[in-house]
Design a protein around this ligand. Sequence first.
Ligand code: NAD
Length: 362
Amino acid sequence: MNDLDAPGAGVAGAQSTSGLTAESTIGEWLDDPVGGKIFRSILSESGQQESVLQPVRGITLAKLASLSNGQMTDAMVADMVGKAQSRTLQTGSGVAEVSHPESAVSAPQSWVEQVTPGRFAGKTVIVTGAGSGIGKATASRIVREGGRVIAVDVSAERLSTFRDEYHEYTIETVAGDIREESLIKEACDHAGPVIDCLANIAGIMDNFTPLHEMTDEVWERVMAVNLEGMMRLSRAVLPVMLNQGYGSIVNVGSEATLKGSVAGVAYTTSKHAVAGLSKSMAFMYGPHGIRTNVVAPGGVTTNIEAHFASQMGSERVNKILSSMPAMAQAEQLAGLITYLLSDDSANINGAIIPSDGGWSVQ
Ligand SMILES: NC(=O)c1ccc[n+]([C@@H]2O[C@H](COP(=O)([O-])OP(=O)(O)OC[C@H]3O[C@@H](n4cnc5c(N)ncnc54)[C@H](O)[C@@H]3O)[C@@H](O)[C@H]2O)c1
């Protein structure tokens, strides 16, 4: 039992009530005397440091719950809100002092996506991972800018939701695993004889294991999805682009393309390999009018799943994750990816561009 659950808590010596809701940001929760106490007690029960919340201070409690892959249930959120709204902070009666962490430097919350009408008019673009997160934000931006998207994802359900949400636009969905040659053929067949752009975005995390604890299964799965799928689809698309004499490819890497300290060995290796694959593609095909660039996201609020399976990995990586700037929105990544896919970036080839709020310079 924590002191907020204690009988009588918040009755005597009450001084302030909280107006926190599920739509309040994590920063608002942490900075509120009552909300902060509730949050810190949950963190301490699960053995976690408050620093893990630093990058998500700008998102709402409801959003955090939706991103938690079931770890934070609706019932938990309702319970937190109920406690925050009904309880008050005791003062002067032995209740521990509430500490106020320094606020993180947050990305401007007022950022609004600006669509460039017609930028992809008449263009066919293959987008992988289009059912969720960065891939969905990218695919949606392209269709709203006049393009035709071949949306690829392993989740047929997510693809169908995406198509329903944007039913007035030209979207063809291809459901299947990027590791399968049959899916790659199907995506290229759907695209047809001209493929203007390819966005290789589908990817998965590892489980933060260092090499001596990593299993073959994790290595093979992560390398197959993050690297081999990207390689196979690019290999299938390149003859089309060579034939037409132009094309733009964006491969999504990660902060783990730049650092060894933000994931386990499998993810880090796969995302470093994305840089090598992309540099070779940029070098070989640049003279043929085909540009290849890498986007390296820092933390982004998406549905990507990440579970710590190693104490060593958790201890090492969590220290670094606590220095991560505020998480970005998937649409902010889509802004950079669509810029690199479009003719706006005509002179950029072989670049690895972080979109991480400056994390990579720390
Ligand atoms: N979210 C982050 O903080 C972050 C940070 C750095 C890099 N990235 C990279 O961004 C990319 C997109 O991730 P996201 O954060 O949007 O995650 P996400 O989970 O929200 O979206 C990824 C999509 O890829 C699909 N996918 C997964 N495996 C697939 C497979 N084998 N075949 C086809 N589709 C598959 C998933 O179904 C999902 O819809 C990934 O490459 C990821 O490594 C994400």
